[in-house]
Design a protein around this ligand. Structure first.
Ligand SMILES: [Zn+2]
Length: 85
Protein backbone atom coordinates (compact mmCIF):
# COMPACT_ATOMS: atom_id res chain seq x y z
CA UNK A 1 0.00 0.00 0.00
CA UNK A 2 1.25 3.45 -0.92
CA UNK A 3 1.02 6.39 1.46
CA UNK A 4 -0.01 8.68 -1.35
CA UNK A 5 -3.39 10.18 -0.71
CA UNK A 6 -5.78 9.72 -3.57
CA UNK A 7 -8.27 12.53 -3.82
CA UNK A 8 -11.83 11.39 -4.06
CA UNK A 9 -13.73 14.36 -5.46
CA UNK A 10 -17.13 12.86 -4.87
CA UNK A 11 -16.29 12.72 -1.16
CA UNK A 12 -14.92 16.29 -1.10
CA UNK A 13 -18.16 17.56 -2.62
CA UNK A 14 -20.13 16.05 0.23
CA UNK A 15 -19.68 18.49 3.14
CA UNK A 16 -20.94 16.01 5.73
CA UNK A 17 -18.49 13.34 4.67
CA UNK A 18 -15.67 15.87 4.33
CA UNK A 19 -16.12 17.08 7.90
CA UNK A 20 -16.49 13.49 9.08
CA UNK A 21 -13.16 12.63 7.48
CA UNK A 22 -11.60 15.77 8.96
CA UNK A 23 -12.78 14.76 12.42
CA UNK A 24 -11.55 11.23 11.88
CA UNK A 25 -8.11 12.47 10.83
CA UNK A 26 -8.00 14.82 13.82
CA UNK A 27 -8.91 12.00 16.21
CA UNK A 28 -6.28 9.73 14.64
CA UNK A 29 -3.62 12.42 14.98
CA UNK A 30 -4.47 13.12 18.60
CA UNK A 31 -4.56 9.41 19.49
CA UNK A 32 -0.99 9.19 18.16
CA UNK A 33 -0.02 11.90 20.64
CA UNK A 34 0.13 14.82 18.22
CA UNK A 35 -1.20 18.16 19.34
CA UNK A 36 -3.81 20.09 17.40
CA UNK A 37 -5.50 23.44 17.67
CA UNK A 38 -9.13 24.43 17.33
CA UNK A 39 -10.01 25.65 13.86
CA UNK A 40 -12.23 28.36 15.35
CA UNK A 41 -10.32 29.82 18.30
CA UNK A 42 -6.80 28.39 17.63
CA UNK A 43 -6.54 27.20 21.25
CA UNK A 44 -4.95 23.80 21.89
CA UNK A 45 -7.33 20.87 21.74
CA UNK A 46 -7.63 18.42 24.62
CA UNK A 47 -8.07 14.73 23.99
CA UNK A 48 -10.26 13.22 26.68
CA UNK A 49 -9.99 9.45 26.87
CA UNK A 50 -12.51 7.28 28.68
CA UNK A 51 -11.62 6.43 32.32
CA UNK A 52 -11.01 2.77 31.54
CA UNK A 53 -7.91 3.52 29.46
CA UNK A 54 -4.47 3.92 30.99
CA UNK A 55 -3.81 7.44 29.75
CA UNK A 56 -7.09 8.92 30.91
CA UNK A 57 -7.01 11.45 33.71
CA UNK A 58 -9.69 11.30 36.38
CA UNK A 59 -12.54 13.31 34.96
CA UNK A 60 -16.26 13.08 34.59
CA UNK A 61 -16.14 14.41 31.05
CA UNK A 62 -17.25 12.13 28.25
CA UNK A 63 -14.47 10.93 25.95
CA UNK A 64 -13.88 13.36 23.15
CA UNK A 65 -11.84 16.22 21.76
CA UNK A 66 -12.46 19.64 23.26
CA UNK A 67 -11.03 23.15 23.12
CA UNK A 68 -11.00 25.51 26.07
CA UNK A 69 -13.74 27.73 24.65
CA UNK A 70 -16.02 24.88 23.61
CA UNK A 71 -16.30 25.60 19.88
CA UNK A 72 -14.69 22.22 19.25
CA UNK A 73 -16.65 19.50 20.99
CA UNK A 74 -16.26 16.13 19.30
CA UNK A 75 -17.57 13.22 21.25
CA UNK A 76 -15.59 10.04 20.73
CA UNK A 77 -17.37 6.85 19.86
CA UNK A 78 -14.79 4.45 21.30
CA UNK A 79 -16.07 1.57 19.19
CA UNK A 80 -15.47 3.64 16.07
CA UNK A 81 -12.07 4.73 17.40
CA UNK A 82 -11.07 1.11 17.93
CA UNK A 83 -11.85 0.40 14.29
CA UNK A 84 -9.60 3.28 13.15
CA UNK A 85 -6.36 1.83 14.47
ZN1 LIG B 1 -12.23 26.59 19.98
Amino acid sequence: MSDTQKLDFSAINDPTLASFNQQKNLIKRMLKGNSATCSDCSKPLTLQLPPNTKKAPKSAKAPGIYCAKGCTDIELDMEAVALMK
